[in-house]
Design a protein around this ligand. Structure first.
Ligand code: TYC
Length: 111
């Protein structure tokens, strides 16, 4: 004979107490990527300044500063973004450069 005197058919640990397992909330920060602009001898300075304002949302002063940095150093950072945002901005730069027949190159690199 069973000595189970509660007739609710519950499983151990008994008394209708369910097991609640908590999973730790996952809050991993995404990796960040630098978008880099490369210098060349042909793309007009004003096109690069326009592009830095249009795609990277820089004000005129910052755009000129970044363009001159790339012009003088060969490469420079336009901004730091999550993977998909960086990828989109690189694609936008490459497409605008191609459409305007400029050889301007843009890449991304994990920070
Ligand atoms: N070197 C170019 C010129 O003198 C200007 C330039 C700047 C081009 C930045 C590309 O990423 C670049 N016309």
């Amino acid at each position: 004979m069973s000595d189970d005197h509660d007739h609710d058919h519950d499983q151990s640990p008994g008394h209708g107490v369910g097991v609640v397992s908590k999973t730790a909330p996952k809050t991993k920060r995404p990796s960040l990527y630098k978008v880099l602009l490369l210098n060349d001898d042909y793309t007009p300075q004003e096109f690069v300044v326009w592009l830095l304002q249009a795609i990277f949302k820089k004000d005129a002063e910052d755009a000129v500063r970044i363009m001159l940095h790339v012009h003088n150093n060969g490469v420079g950072v336009c901004g730091v973004y999550t993977y998909e945002v960086a990828e989109t901005k690189v694609a936008q730069v490459m497409e605008l450069s191609r459409r305007n027949q400029h050889p301007l190159q843009c890449t991304m690199e994990r920070e």
